[in-house]
Design a protein around this ligand. Sequence first.
Ligand SMILES: Cc1ncc(COP(=O)(O)O)c(C=O)c1O
Length: 362
Amino acid sequence: MKDRLIRFTRGVPPTESFDPDQLVECTKSVLAQYSDVVLQYGPSRGFAPLRQQLAQQNNVELQRVILGQGSLNLQDMSARVMLKPGDLVYAENPSYDRALTVFKRAGGLIKGFPLEQDGLNVDAVEASLKSGDRPVIFYIIPDFQNPSGTVLSFEKRQRIANLAREYEFWIIEDSPYRNLRYRGQDVPSIFDLAPDRVFKMSSFSKLICPGLRVGYVIAPEGMADPIARWAEDSYINSSYLNQAIVYDYQQRGWLEPHIQCLKDLYRQRLDALLKALDQHMASTATWCRTEGGFFVGVTLKANVKADDLLKRAEGANLQLSDGRNFFTHAGGDQFIRLPFCALTPDEIEEGVARLAQVVNTF
Ligand SMILES: Cc1ncc(COP(=O)(O)O)c(C=O)c1O
């Protein structure tokens, strides 16, 4: 263990969470039942039975549900449909680095708002809106946020939903970790509070496996058509075969028990991380005591520079993500995202011990 590189870099599920035998069975079954549909081109919104499942689960009309190659793909298309160069996009700061890139590439000017233990600083958001800002999109990861692990409180969700109506901006609610709560109580989604203003995005990447690349968006009324047209003109349709596999998996009742297994596996890993942080870093850092998801965001008290931190960590056989990438502008030198699902409790304990030693050198 001492010589082994520990990578606190990748927010991926562990390979032991995949169940290829189940997926072989689903693949055989969908090819037997739906080969004429899943092997053919199809309408760009995706495989209808999976869309119907999702429409039913979310209590929305079918035409509002669009499937894509993972949810990032749908974020990209939604951004391109909604934004003109120079449009303002609000985001949490820090936020998911790839989503920030997507909005920038679509011409968006990003303004970040700081996170507190219970999510966004909504007073700062309200002050900006009152001062005349007119954002087109507010990108929010309310559940077990990537990269911080924070959960947006119910009260703040209500305030954001009300602000979206008052100032007429769209919310992209990106919630791939929502079903991975290891303890505590669910909070209603922003979509539940303002379905008319919210693009609800999620995917099966963290619940079944990322390799299938199946994600979805539930768009507000009238907003699904332009996304579906964009999809059609970009790639005709996303993979019906993969979407049918996900449909079959859910139809067999396999998803819920699988999620229970994931929760049992990941809860132990989260607990190992929080324990190791308490033990090794209580005096040198602060962090969010998250109750789910994939990440704990740690903020160092020392005035470190990210380049120096990453280099010293490498010297200790430890790979870290560059915290600056998650920040909308300057900042992030002292921020470290610790993904915990793809490491064993022993690796987590050893990794945090190494991290603490590195931090103590500053
Ligand atoms: C917040 C967030 N949104 C979207 C994604 C992309 O997920 P998908 O595999 O559905 O494209 C990720 C992946 O890590 C993520 O953390």
